[in-house]
Every structure is written in structure tokens, then in C-alpha cells.
Design a protein around this ligand. Structure first.
Ligand code: ZN
Length: 321
């Protein structure tokens, strides 16, 4: 090997990472049209057989607010997911938790209707107000009750903080603000905190510093998860930066589906197949069969009838011959 002078040692990357597929929730919620329940069920069943171990399936939001996910109960009743795959549902408030628990307790199938809940709020007042029409303090107070009750009900809990790396309304978001919210969620029972770059404002240097500081500040016991949107094409660069800071948990959407209701024009999560392709090429394990995942992405492209943002879906897996 040719020596070009001193080089910084490469940071140790995690040997394997956990990936939660959020397309059936983050993705389907943000499609202009309502996807047929039977298509959702087929796609979830297909995703659950790719080696993915974590799937966010749907949301217990008010059907008049998000009609795209009004069939949450029907989807959860109909899917046939292997027991090793944990299913999570998004819970906006106590009413949502009531509905989710009622469904779970009335569910007479072999596996629980879902294993995990995901609660969310934004790091800034303006985005939280635009998204859920509450102040951050009001959201936190409500979610603390949701988390306490969900833990009592035996559910694993994730708290997602949106616009954690920058806000389309307020600009800069201080990491201290985000960590203070994370600490409240952890104290209330969250075992995992997802940090959302909801409108793709993060850059890799910022992400690396953020996750190093987050681990320091939030301790070793809580799982820290990166949730990047690819709005400005920096999603995978941000993944590498997060890996370098020791982050080993990611959320992504097959087909690069996804978005955010506010502001209009927010685009998709990083594509799960692009994430898996990059990680496998770097020797980082995911447990996911990329070909099977690509088949899911082709299927959802057919259902939606439009080209999707995913690159690997177009190019295919890397072939070294
Ligand atoms: Zn998202």
C-alpha cells in the first residue's frame, strides 16, 4: 500500500446494526392517495420475510386527520408476521393508546398485535404546533402519561424527536434542547430515542458531533436511533457519520417513501435498500436479504404507480463478478 503521509485512523464502525422499516407508516401516511388495505397487508407480510426484525406498521392517529392510516386495526388483524419480527405502532396521544390497547386486548391471534409503540414530538415550538397543534410542554406532559401506561401494558417504547437537527420554521436547533426532551422521555419510560432529521437539514459533521454528545449525555442504557430523511441527498452521508459516532440503530423506508405532513414538500426517509446496500458493501451486518427487500420496493412502486427515490431499486445491487 502506498503511503501518502499521516492519515487519521479510521473510526471503528459497529459490526452490525438494527434497522426499523418505517415505510408502512411514515411512507403510506404521506402518500396523497389511500393505499388499499390488502396491498398494505401484502407489503408488510413481504417486508417481514426479508430478515428485517423491526417494522413500524401503522399509526393510531385520528382517521379524519390521517385517512391514509384509518385502517390501522384492519391491517394489524390481517398481517401474518413471524414472531421474531417486532411490530411497532405510532401513538400520538392517550386516545391513540386507548384505541391501540383495546385492539391488542381484543386480538385473538397467535402473536401480539404489536410489541412496541412510538411516540413523537418536535424539538421546536413552531414545528410541534404545526404538526400536532400543541406546545412542546403540552406534548411532553401527554406523552409522559402515554409512556408510563404503555410500559405498564408491557410494551417497548420509543420516543422520536422530530426536527432534531434543524427546523424548517426556526432554523438552528441546539442539541441541548433535544437532549433535554430526550431525558424527559427516558425518565417517563422510553427505552429508545429516535432523532429525526425530518426535513433533511443535517450534515455529516453535525450528525457525528450530535451522536457523540447524545451518548455521553443520555448514558449507555438507552438505544439511540437515527431517522434521516433524504431531502437534500445527504441521508447516507449522515448514516456514515452516525456510525462513526457509534450509532447502531437506524430507521428507513423501502422505496424511499415517507415525508412529514408539515411543511408541505418534505420528502422521504433514506431508502432501506440503499442503506442496506451501503452497509453490506462496508461489511456491516443487517440480517436483511437485499434481493428480497428490492422485491418489496418493486412491489410498492407498482402499487403506487410512480417512480420512487430509491437508487438501488433502479441500479440493482452492486455486482462484483
Ligand atoms: Zn420520518
Amino acid at each position: 500500500m502506498r503511503s501518502d503521509g499521516p492519515t487519521a485512523p479510521a473510526p471503528a464502525l459497529p459490526p452490525a446494526v438494527r434497522i426499523r422499516e418505517v415505510g408502512p407508516r411514515d411512507g403510506f401516511q404521506n402518500e396523497p392517495e389511500v393505499i388499499a388495505t390488502s396491498d398494505k397487508v401484502r407489503l408488510v407480510d413481504e417486508l417481514a420475510r426479508t430478515g428485517l426484525r423491526r417494522l413500524e406498521v401503522t399509526s393510531f392517529v385520528r382517521p379524519d386527520v390521517i385517512p391514509q392510516l384509518a385502517d390501522a386495526a384492519d391491517v394489524l388483524h390481517a398481517v401474518e408476521v413471524p414472531p421474531e419480527v417486532s411490530l411497532s405502532v405510532l401513538i400520538p396521544n392517550e386516545r391513540g393508546l386507548d384505541n391501540a390497547l383495546a385492539l391488542r386486548d381484543a386480538h385473538h391471534f397467535e402473536r401480539p398485535a404489536f410489541d412496541e409503540v412510538n411516540v413523537f414530538l418536535s424539538a421546536t415550538e413552531s414545528h410541534n404546533r404545526a404538526n400536532v397543534n400543541r406546545s412542546v410542554a403540552e406534548s411532553l406532559a401527554g406523552l409522559e402519561r402515554v409512556l408510563g401506561r404503555a410500559r405498564e401494558a408491557g410494551l417497548r417504547c420509543e420516543g422520536v424527536i422530530s426536527v432534531a437537527f434543524g427546523c424548517p420554521y426556526e432554523g438552528h436547533v441546539g442539541p441541548e434542547t433535544v437532549f433535554a426532551i430526550a431525558e424527559r422521555l427516558i425518565a417517563a419510560g422510553a427505552q429508545e430515542i429516535g432523532f429525526g432529521d425530518t426535513t433533511g437539514m443535517a450534515n455529516p459533521l453535525q450528525v457525528r458531533a450530535f451522536f457523540l454528545a447524545a451518548r455521553e449525555r443520555l448514558g449507555a442504557d438507552v438505544e439511540l436511533t437515527a431517522h434521516f430523511h433524504n431531502t437534500r441527498g445527504q441521508g447516507l452521508a449522515n448514516v456514515l457519520a452516525a456510525l462513526e459516532a457509534g450509532c447502531a440503530s437506524f430507521e428507513s423506508s423501502f422505496g424511499e417513501l415517507g415525508g412529514c405532513p408539515v411543511p408541505a414538500g418534505a420528502t422521504g426517509n433514506i431508502a432501506t435498500e440503499d442503506l442496506v446496500s451501503m452497509l453490506h458493501e462496508m461489511g456491516i451486518g443487517t440480517g436483511i436479504d437485499l434481493d428480497a427487500l428490492l422485491a418489496c420496493a418493486r412491489d410498492v412502486r407498482e402499487v403506487l404507480g410512480r417512480p420512487l427515490g430509491s437508487h438501488t431499486l433502479v441500479a440493482g445491487p452492486v455486482d462484483w463478478h
